[in-house]
Design a protein around this ligand. Structure first.
Ligand code: Z16
Length: 810
């Protein structure tokens, strides 16, 4: 842990204030104070922040096109173990630490689960003393900011860098890298050795911005290196004659500048849905090529043998967005290091491992051959060769033509990125048990049968330090008081909490902490939206991206159903409920936007209807993201995890809620199954179709939403409300949703599961009436959430994939 005392800290703080801003602390803005504080912390860690440990240890490089970090100050203070000294010192200087914590911008360089997972993994790698670093893109604009105007989602550009830069980053111009796009490639035979001549390419500079990743209580500091795209600066070094940026006209110069800077301009706002745009392909190759070149440069500086790369380096690709790592590494080994194909291929496979995050084919990346060929001519050649050799291998196995076509990397039109990832890596994992089983049995069946040893499961996890210790400090302190501090580094110890399951005082305390978290959220809702919510009501929460398969619509239709029950019978017996939503829709996802408008219109109607006596409140919180999640999740009683079974690969929000003592209301999908396995049937509420039922409907048909609608009064009532004007101001949107259910036969089985969901909700209502029992369930959930720490996940990645076969790793 960092050594620092109050006097020393105050002194450094004042000195830094003068050196950065030439003014006294009293005159400083919060923003300046924050900058000074972060700068002091960076000084504290700077000596330990050295990359390049290659000679002693294997280095892990985690490539991800998204890192959804969230604010760093609080978690850095926690991990350094200096929150208290800093808080007290600042107090003596008349500064409130919490103000500074909230003044930090929230870098939203990710969409949802995949990007947040990458951030949790960085935290765990550092905390487990793994030398593991991230490579990604320093987007100028992260995920858009969401505003509601008349209930519609409006996107406002995110501006996390407005304050002139990001407080935690350090730019390293001396480590900039050139990435080459377009041009022509000629292979020249030089006495039997092929020389690759790439001419007329556009050189783009990848400027590294490093963010320190601080381990918990262990002095280890890793690096997240994000690249910004720029024009090649003139002082960068000699331009090769082959480059095409020796522009003639002013106009050409501007075009080049635009081309370069556009690459890291903005994060694509799609979550589990791929768009296939050229700019996205540029982004992918940009950070992949910069990262791989950076790794090789570091490695060679150590004078290590390139043929042993995989003994010192593990490269992990987070989904297929960084899959070009495979041909890029091949390119360097072949063209620059002069290895033979077989040598290069062997090293590449043994260095790279791949995580798949979805079974939905519409989310799987495919890139048009022609696009890749034009943008990345050399990379295209290499992919073609990989494909040729792979297809040969499949033909030798005498597989039938259809199977070979399915497994091939390149088909008539496209490069199939998942196929390339599987073929070019030594490990393929899914992100929850069911997901991995579905990959093996369904989506990637051919590949699994061909190379079963490559496949393995790594159930996702979450950084418990951020999501419990930091976001819910009261609960964290209660736990520590009961079972001592060891759980913070070994979350399995949370199990010891179970001995308190019948301890009235402890259960009451858990209830009180939940209540105070709910009050805090209620206050926020009142201030922001002027809606009164009752902290004694059940806080029923669904926060995640808006997607048809996640079925926010099912939740909303149930609310509508309850509303009718209350209108029909004002004495209808139910615990008061506050339904809380938070969700961004991809800007081009029309149905998702209609669902937002529907929920907002429904909220308007219900919240302003005096007849139901405040029994139901509906709040759609704008701009859901990491910071707001830290406020919402600790305040939840019910965690809605209601995706169509088979569709949610894992889910990670589900784990955050569980760890904070919410009761999960779920389908047996993704990691919900593993939550169920941990807590047992009495501490979770399950409903809905099974995986096999969904698979059978998909394969054999037999589902008719219209029949259900015609035969079930409850269903008909709520579906009709979408189009009969009962809820004002959503005519068009209601029709769109209605059509998705009736005309297009309800692809996600909302109507099929609704009766079952209503029953499950009734069960929740009954359970909540018994407070002791409810708090006991919460305790059991917290006590069994330990396996969902990303420390466990990362330990498995390290053991089974990255350090497999290494000394001291049995
Ligand atoms: C994403 O966030 C996920 C999958 C995907 O193909 C693309 C993106 Cl951007 C999510 C999954 O939907 C979710 O189930 C999973 O928990 C998460 O990735 C992390 O694995």
């Amino acid at each position: 842990m960092a050594k620092i005392n109050k006097n020393k800290f105050k002194q450094s703080f004042e000195t830094k204030m003068y050196s950065l801003y030439a003014q006294s602390i009293n005159d400083a803005t919060d923003e300046q104070l924050l900058n000074v504080l972060c700068s002091v912390i960076k000084d504290i860690i700077s000596k330990k922040w050295v990359d390049n440990k290659l000679d002693s240890q294997k280095e892990v490089y985690y490539f991800s096109i998204e890192f959804l970090l969230g604010r760093q100050l609080k978690s850095n203070l926690l991990n350094l173990g200096i929150e208290n000294v800093v808080r007290e010192s600042l107090k003596e200087l008349n500064i409130d630490l919490d103000n500074l914590i909230n003044a930090e911008s929230d870098p939203a360089l990710g969409n949802g689960g995949l990007g947040r997972l990458a951030a949790c993994f960085l935290d765990s790698m550092a905390s487990l003393n793994i030398s593991g670093h991230g490579y990604g893109i320093r987007y100028k604009h992260g995920l858009f900011e969401q505003k509601f105007i008349n209930g519609y989602q409006v996107e406002v550009p995110d501006n996390w860098l407005t304050q002139g830069g990001y407080v935690w980053e350090t730019v390293r111009p001396n480590k900039a890298i050139v990435v080459k796009f377009e041009g022509n490639v000629n292979l020249i035979d030089k006495n039997g050795r092929l020389e690759v001549n790439h001419t007329d390419y556009l050189p783009i500079m990848a400027m590294p911005y490093d963010i320190p990743i601080i381990g918990y209580g262990n002095n280890s500091i890793n690096t997240l290196r994000l690249f910004k795209s720029e024009v090649l600066s003139r002082d960068f070094g000699p331009l090769t004659v082959n480059a095409r940026n020796s522009y003639g006209s002013y106009e050409d110069a501007l075009k080049y500048k635009y081309y370069a800077e556009e690459i890291s301009q903005v994060l694509y706002p799609n979550d589990s849905n791929y768009a296939g745009r050229l700019l996205r392909l540029k982004q992918e190759y940009f950070f992949v090529s910069a990262g791989i070149q950076d790794i090789i440069r570091k490695y060679k500086k150590k004078k290590l043998d390139i043929k042993k790369l995989n003994e010192k380096v593990a490269i992990h690709i987070n989904d297929t967005h960084p899959t070009l790592c495979i041909p890029e590494l091949m390119r360097i080994l072949l063209d620059e290091e002069g290895l033979s194909w077989d040598e290069a291929w062997d090293i590449t496979i043994n260095t790279i491992s791949y995580t798949n995050h979805t079974i939905m084919t519409e989310a799987m990346e495919r890139w048009p051959k022609e696009m890749v060929k034009r943008l990345l001519p050399r990379i295209y050649m290499i992919i073609e060769e990989i494909n040729k050799r792979y297809v040969n291998e499949l033909e030798e196995r005498k597989y039938d033509h259809e199977k070979i076509y399915r497994m091939s990397i390149i088909d008539n039109n496209d490069i199939k990125m998942a196929n390339l990832s599987i073929v070019g890596s030594h490990s393929v994992n899914g992100v929850a048990k069911l997901h991995t089983e579905l990959l093996k049995k369904e989506v990637l069946k051919d590949f699994y049968e061909h190379e079963p040893e490559k496949f393995n499961n790594k159930t996702n996890g979450i950084a418990h330090r951020r999501w419990l210790i930091s976001a819910n400090s009261e609960l964290s302190d209660l736990i520590t008081g009961l079972i001592s501090e060891d759980w913070k580094t070994d979350t399995n110890k949370l199990k010891e909490l179970e001995i308190y399951r019948n301890n009235k005082d402890v259960l009451e305390k858990i209830g009180e902490i939940k209540y105070s978290n709910k009050e805090r959220l209620a206050k926020f809702i009142k201030e922001k939206y002027d809606i009164d919510v009752n902290p004694n009501s059940i806080f029923d929460v669904q926060v995640k991206r808006l997607h048809a398969y996640k079925r926010q619509l099912l939740n909303a239709l149930h609310i509508l159903h309850l509303y009718h029950e209350l209108l029909e019978n004002p004495n209808f017996d139910m615990e008061p409920r506050t339904f809380i939503f938070g969700a961004k829709a991809a800007p081009g996802y029309y149905l998702a936007k209609c669902i937002i408008k529907f929920i907002n219109s429904l909220a308007d109607k219900i919240n302003n209807d005096p007849r139901i006596d405040n029994k139901i409140k509906v709040v759609f919180i704008e701009n859901y993201g990491v910071s707001i999640a830290e406020l919402i999740i600790p305040a939840a009683d019910v965690s809605e995890q209601i995706s169509t079974t088979t569709k949610e690969a894992s889910g990670t929000g589900n784990m955050k809620f569980m760890m904070n003592g919410a009761i999960t209301l779920a389908t047996l999908d993704g990691a919900n199954i593993e939550i169920f396995d941990q807590v047992g049937k009495d501490n979770i509420v399950i409903f809905g179709l099974s995986a096999n039922e969904v698979l059978n409907y998909n394969k054999f048909g037999g589902y008719s939403a219209l029949d259900l609608y015609n035969s079930n009064r409850n269903i008909k009532r709520v579906v009709d409300d979408l189009i009969n004007g009962f809820i004002p101001n959503m005519e068009k949107e209601g029709r769109e949703i209605y059509d998705s259910l009736i005309t297009y036969n309800d692809e996600y089985f909302v109507l099929r599961d609704i009766e079952n969901y209503i029953e499950a909700q009734e069960k929740i209502d009954k359970l909540y009436k018994n407070k002791d029992k409810w708090n006991e369930m919460a305790l059991i959930n917290i006590a069994n959430s330990g396996v969902f720490s990303s420390d466990r996940t990362i330990a498995e990645y390290a053991h089974d994939i990255w350090f497999k076969g290494c000394e001291g790793n049995e």
